[in-house]
Design a protein around this ligand. Sequence first.
Ligand SMILES: Nc1ncnc2c1ncn2[C@@H]1O[C@H](COP(=O)(O)OP(=O)(O)O)[C@@H](O)[C@H]1O
Ligand SMILES: [Mg+2]
Length: 373
Amino acid sequence: MFQTDDSSNSTLTVLFVDDTPDNLELLGFALKKKPIVMLRAASGPECLVIAERDQPDVIVLDIQMPGMDGFETLRRLRANHRTEKIPVIFLTAAKSDPQSISEGILLGAEEYLTKPIEVDELMARIRSIFRVSTMQRELERVKAQFTAMLVHDLRNPLTVIKASIEDMVQHHTKNASLDRDSLGVLNTISQSTRGILDLVNDLLDLSKYQAGQMQLDKRTLTIHEVVEGSLNLIGLQYKRKGIELALYIPADLPKIKGDLGKLEQVMNNLLSNALKFTPPGGRVSIEIKGNADPDPTELLVSVTDTGIGIPSEELPILFDHFRQASTAKKTAEKGTGLGLAICKLIVQAHGGSIAAQSEVNRGTTISFTLPVG
Ligand SMILES: Nc1ncnc2c1ncn2[C@@H]1O[C@H](COP(=O)(O)OP(=O)(O)O)[C@@H](O)[C@H]1O
Ligand SMILES: [Mg+2]
């Protein structure tokens, strides 16, 4: 089932990042006879460009570099979905630098080596880290495939159950043919079924997207269409809860290329979160602007609420799946914790990025970008 390609003989492409040209020169010489295609970068920024462009199998990254150091470089590699999965080996100067080692590992460097480098050890580390990362990716793929299969088979019968119960509720309500208690029970079953179906649908989307199976039905559209479509669905719920909705959307924004249904899904998720986590009497605003006048290359879409907020230390994990912030756990609101993970994948598939800002008891802003054109 696993394609654990045996990497012991295959040639790997490895990007070496070091600000000292002599070090790279020396390494190049030492690795001459090894089955390695060596790419070089002399700084953090150069590493980011080459990593994205050439997709190396492994990156060997010096920590101490002027300007952008190894930590910052690693942070940026992990923040870009084109480079986030490339395994990284840290090079530390001194053996006695436990703090930088643990900091590096916390950031997701899989391995570290101390200078001076011993070539055979370096080769062994590169091989092993590559093998592990290949297996990890394969595991993710199999898991996604399995989830997709499972939830797909759950969805059809659940859809039938949900429709049948809703019919029953409607029928008995209209004919007053059930006592109040029994009708209450039916309503509870109906709501729970809807909850399970939501979860199954989210899981199906997420596993499909994670397995790289997001099909974008792209066409030229305006961001107004996206907002309108979403407000049609959720606007009424804002009225009911007594939350003011304000729109700051200029009329003359440039068009974008995107999948209307999926972008609406992003907007729905953000608006339903803002609605859930903002008490009655609060305010939610949607603001959209171009990143530059008069010729924006990107639209910046923000949804800001005056709700319960999210502690800053929890912001970095917000877009992972099944995550719920501690502030939300104190409320009675239910959720799957999949909404933002799905948003992130959809936005990234459109070439944009998504981020959160928040202050507890003050409110939250979730913003995403979409390339123009
Ligand atoms: N506008 C918001 N205000 C406060 N917390 C939020 C907001 N949006 C998202 N969150 C937090 O992020 C978590 C994940 O959101 P999401 O992925 O949409 O899952 P769900 O809505 O199903 O809980 C929420 O459980 C909540 O803790
Ligand atoms: Mg949500």
